[in-house]
Design a binder for this molecule. Structure first.
Ligand SMILES: C[S@@+](CC[C@H](N)C(=O)[O-])C[C@H]1O[C@@H](n2cnc3c(N)ncnc32)[C@H](O)[C@@H]1O
Length: 231
């Protein structure tokens, strides 16, 4: 299981169509998605017009892509009202700035524009080392060397603590794939009651000691079970 397969399975078997990707980089995932409504958001795309042209040949759906070379915060403030005037999001990949506050805002913004049966996939939720879980500044000071997952894990814990209207779990694959849906249960309770400030103060050691619970960590196969998908 990886983020591309997860997205493709949901699109084909659950008929989810309208796709948003926050943090697109070279379009490695984005260009492979087959949908007439694809929104790419990244202040720093790393592809040229030639690459876009090549990707249209390989996957003609790319002809309809909409690119926003801005931060996700600016997109939701300035562009989202127009882009989603008569559309809602079915499926989103949240993979932009991997810091707690940013990832949480991204999820909240997507949720405001998402259909009730929509799904958010979050990349990089399960850092395996202290170094991988550092801040963007620390990673920059290391010359961007090594894996960087940031502290997106805190967003998962925030959802568990403060958003009992949502279902959330993390698949133990592809650096930790967070899955967020609008819950069908109306009487959900949570094992956690942290405030945002308390979560912000948690350290990597706290996370490492409580990894499975903080992430609601599941094996990759749970994805098929939860969404009742065929393999
Ligand atoms: C890990 S890469 C994305 C990889 C891509 N989603 C994939 O699966 O191959 C992260 C991207 O997030 C972008 N990014 C950083 N800050 C952002 C922000 N505030 N809003 C949107 N994108 C951001 C970076 O420019 C970078 O291209």
């Amino acid at each position: 299981m990886n983020r591309l397969l997860a997205i493709q399975l949901l699109m084909t078997q659950k008929n989810l169509k309208n796709y948003v990707e926050i943090g697109v980089f070279n379009g490695h995932i984005f260009f492979r998605i087959k949908s007439f409504f694809k929104i790419a958001i990244d202040p720093d795309f790393t592809f040229s017009k030639f690459r876009i042209f090549g990707k249209i040949i390989l996957n003609p759906y790319n002809l309809f892509n909409q690119y926003f070379k801005i931060t996700s915060d600016d997109f939701f403030k300035n562009n989202a009202p127009n882009v989603f005037r008569d559309k809602k999001i079915d499926i989103a990949l949240v993979d932009g700035m991997h810091e707690f506050a940013f990832a949480t805002r991204d999820v909240e913004h997507i949720l405001e524009r998402m259909n009730d049966n929509g799904v958010i996939i979050m990349h990089d939720c399960n850092p395996l080392t202290f170094e991988a879980a550092c801040t963007f500044k620390e990673w920059e000071n290391r010359n961007f060397s090594g894996t960087w997952n940031g502290d997106v894990w805190k967003t998962i814990l925030y959802i568990q603590s403060c958003r009992t209207d949502l279902d959330v779990f993390v698949l133990d694959c592809d650096h930790g794939l967070g899955v967020v849906t609008k819950s069908k249960k109306h009487d959900k309770t949570s094992p956690f009651h942290f405030s945002m400030e308390e979560i912000d103060r948690l350290t990597y050691d706290d996370f490492n000691a409580n990894r499975t619970a903080y992430l609601n960590l599941k094996s990759a196969d749970y994805f098929y079970e939860y969404f009742q998908l065929n393999k």
